[in-house]
Design a protein around this ligand. Structure first.
Ligand code: KIV
Ligand code: NA
Length: 266
């Protein structure tokens, strides 16, 4: 079989079909999601806080995300792999965006890139798409701007902010983005954007009216320590299962129950 393409996603919108997307940061986990039939995997810069031990996405480097993206590509066969362009790797100019995006396609083998921002990045989106690099846009809460926004809050509240978000979405579609992520946006506004655009919207904390949904896999699977965000639903207790496995293993080593005869060579 072949990988999912951006064209498949355009056709899904035309047919009114919703689709799921998850983040992935390593080959083995990505392989699980690929086998489970998740059509699109995002090597998000949420790797910063969910994989690399940083406190947010700002410190993540191009080198780090290329390494993770290459692993996710190697671990999958069918999913479309989208990689985030890290903070500082595309904002300066369309040329900088093109140089970074080119590295992700050539060195990691991803099928598309994602970047944050509305009208302020349309020239970057145009340059990438014209060069043959599919772009997923990302508006609403843009975590790379957390230091300007002053926290992770719902965006697009009030008429003025809502109109700004709608105009950003239109501009990104006109620039050639194949999809638009809406993060932490009121459900009614996300629904309006979804109806306005011909390309799919991908919601996270943006209600059920979007064409697709994306979740950070560690939130979805219950691996994240402490409280997951309100928009997340915990579909498993992977953290609990792993903790119990580690404790049982430790107890068996201490008691001498592991390794047993069948785990030994004679
Ligand atoms: O990095 C990420 O995981 C993301 C999604 C939450 C959209 O950008
Ligand atoms: Na991201």
């Amino acid at each position: 079989g072949r990988r999912v393409t951006v064209r498949d996603l355009a056709l899904a919108k035309a047919r009114g079909e919703r689709w799921p997307m998850l983040t992935a940061y390593d080959a083995m986990t990505a392989g699980v999601f690929d086998e489970a039939g998740i059509p699109v995997l995002l090597v998000g810069d949420s790797a910063g806080d969910n994989h690399l031990g940083y406190s947010n996405t700002v410190p993540v480097t191009v080198e780090e995300l290329i390494t993770l993206s290459a692993a996710v590509v190697r671990g999958t066969h069918r999913s479309l792999i989208v990689a985030d362009l890290p903070f500082g790797s595309y904002q300066s100019s369309p040329r900088q965006a093109l140089e970074t995006g080119t590295r992700f396609l050539k060195e990691a083998g991803v099928g598309a890139v994602k970047l944050e921002g509305g009208r302020r990045v349309v020239h970057q989106v145009e340059a990438l798409v014209q060069a043959g690099i599919p772009v997923m846009a990302h508006i609403g809460l843009t975590p790379q701007s957390v230091n300007v926004l002053g926290g992770y809050r719902v965006q697009g509240r009030g008429d003025e902010e809502a109109e700004r978000l709608l105009a950003d979405a239109k501009a990104l579609e006109a620039a050639g983005a194949f999809a638009v992520v809406l993060e932490l946006v009121p459900a009614e506004l996300a629904q309006r954007v979804t109806e306005l655009l011909h390309v799919p919207t991908v919601g996270i904390g943006a209600g059920a009216g979007c064409d697709a949904q994306v979740q950070v896999w560690t939130d979805m699977a219950g691996m994240t320590p402490g409280n997951a965000p309100k928009h997340a639903k915990k579909y498993a207790d992977v953290r609990g299962v792993l903790t119990e496995a580690a404790r049982a293993y430790a107890a068996d080593v201490v008691s001498g129950a592991f390794p047993a005869a069948e785990n030994s060579f004679h």
